[in-house]
Design a protein around this ligand. Structure first.
Ligand SMILES: Cc1cc2nc3c(=O)[nH]c(=O)nc-3n(C[C@H](O)[C@H](O)[C@H](O)COP(=O)(O)OP(=O)(O)OC[C@H]3O[C@@H](n4cnc5c(N)ncnc54)[C@H](O)[C@@H]3O)c2cc1C
Length: 100
């Protein structure tokens, strides 16, 4: 991703980019989600979001539910980005957290 971004931003320069990888040392290779900034990242690279999702078989994730995080039986949602409708000055997720 870094090489792709640098390559795009400096496409008119003489800079040469070399990606260094070792077949003897594996990648971290974990994780199943990313954050909303991926939208801007893909835009910078000119990647079409629909094509991206189709190719990666990706889905949209609106948040994470943390179960038993604050003790047994507790749970709460950590939303990614903004969603829901604010009531007055209170954002939706604050109202949801209070109601739970
Ligand atoms: C438990 C866990 C969960 C995660 N969940 C997420 C997630 O949900 N979403 C997310 O976006 N990120 C997640 N991450 C982070 C993400 O996986 C890493 O940030 C990302 O994989 C790092 O990529 P990288 O290319 O910097 O490093 P790596 O993928 O580790 O690649 C390093 C490269 O360097 C090469 N290399 C190493 N040493 C040498 C050497 N001496 N000579 C030559 N080559 C070498 C290796 O062969 C490898 O190709 C998670 C990480 C962990 C640990």
């Amino acid at each position: 991703m870094a090489a792709a971004a640098i390559g795009k931003v400096f496409k008119n320069s003489a800079m040469k980019i070399t990606v260094v990888e070792s077949s003897a040392i594996g990648t971290v290779g974990v994780g199943e989600a990313t954050i909303p900034e991926i939208i801007n990242f893909n835009r910078i690279l000119g990647i079409d979001e629909r094509e991206f999702l189709k190719f990666t078989k990706g889905t949209f994730k609106l948040g994470i539910e943390f179960v038993d995080w604050m003790g047994s039986g507790s749970s709460y949602f950590h939303p990614f980005g903004r969603y829901g409708t604010a009531i007055g000055s209170a954002p939706f997720f604050s109202l949801l957290a209070k109601a739970e």
